[in-house]
Design a protein around this ligand. Structure first.
Ligand code: PEP
Length: 290
């Protein structure tokens, strides 16, 4: 395993653990430079009313201004709020869905299909979030069905992967990500990989306040890229955006975004606070200050 670094670094809960900064060169290759940063929010089962959703979406959209980083921004919101949120953001960012079923029609009470989402203008959908895996029992095979359906429909997918706390402690982060990538992307051709983003979300960091240190996150992101290179080729691996998720805050985003293989953030809790998420969208490039 190439994760000796993991054993050196403790899990942390505050920004003080980010010092000293590790400043990597972000990109040596044109392909890396082509990876446009992607900041996204996952609202989960929030907020509780359409009015609150519209207000939050409008405030977040208002935080994007001409001096904001040149990044894609998306909000993954509950189905019932998708159209209202789209109207509220006025095209300043993407509004996506938190999930989809692999099936297209039939006796699947409560389900929402890819064609339904596409018909209301959704391009991006989450798949494989750990809460879906753990609480709703979605397997790698099921998640692969979701990914394949989205690809077939010409849509885009943010595939979430990540290890549990006990897997992390056993130094299995790379192995778990390899399995989830290989099973989740089974049958996805190289030509479709420009519609796939990976969100590396260590389960122990989601909603816990324990942010992975930039060194841990960078090490796992680099490993994911090596796995993608083995599955596809180096060019494809270099072009796929890999986002970090897990208790990202305004305090942690800048140094996370400075890591060479971290191309963005998937943000849960902080995306429900427009000033916090606005600061995350307007992350400051640590590299530019060097
Ligand atoms: C998430 O749910 O994808 C997530 C990263 O949540 P949080 O930022 O709250 O840890």
């Amino acid at each position: 395993m190439k994760f000796q670094i993991l054993s050196l670094i403790a899990l942390v809960g505050s920004t003080s653990a980010f010092a000293p900064f590790v400043r990597f060169e972000r990109s040596q290759s044109a392909l890396c430079a082509a990876r446009k940063p992607f900041i996204s929010g996952n609202w989960k089962l929030n907020p509780q009313t359409k009015e609150e959703a519209v207000q939050l979406a409008s405030e977040i959209a208002a935080s994007i201004n001409p001096s904001s980083p040149d990044a894609d921004v998306a909000l993954f919101v509950p189905y019932v709020f998708i159209e209202a949120a789209m109207e509220a953001v006025g095209g300043k960012l993407q509004v996506g869905a938190e999930g989809v079923v692999p099936e297209m029609k039939g006796a699947f009470t409560g389900a929402v299909s890819a064609s339904m989402l596409k018909s209301v203008g959704v391009q991006w959908t989450l798949a494989g979030h750990s809460e879906r895996r753990v609480i709703f029992g979605e397997t790698d095979e099921y998640i692969n069905g979701q990914v394949l359906k989205l690809m077939e429909m010409g849509m885009s997918c943010m595939l979430c992967i990540g290890e549990s706390e006990s897997e992390f402690e056993q130094n299995l982060a790379g192995a778990v990500c390899a399995v989830q990538l290989k099973k989740g992307l089974a049958g996805v051709p190289k030509e479709s990989m420009d519609r796939i983003c990976i969100a590396y979300e260590p389960v122990w960091a989601i909603g816990t306040g324990k942010v992975a240190t930039p060194e841990i996150a960078q090490a796992v992101h680099a490993e994911c890229r090596r796995i993608l290179a083995a599955m596809y080729d180096q060019e494809t691996a270099d072009s796929v955006r890999i986002l970090y998720g897990g208790s990202v805050t305004p305090e942690s985003v800048d140094v996370l975004m400075a890591q060479p293989d971290i191309d963005g953030a998937l943000v849960g809790g902080a995306s429900l606070d427009s000033s916090k998420f606005g600061r995350i969208i307007n992350y400051e490039s640590v590299l530019e200050k060097v």
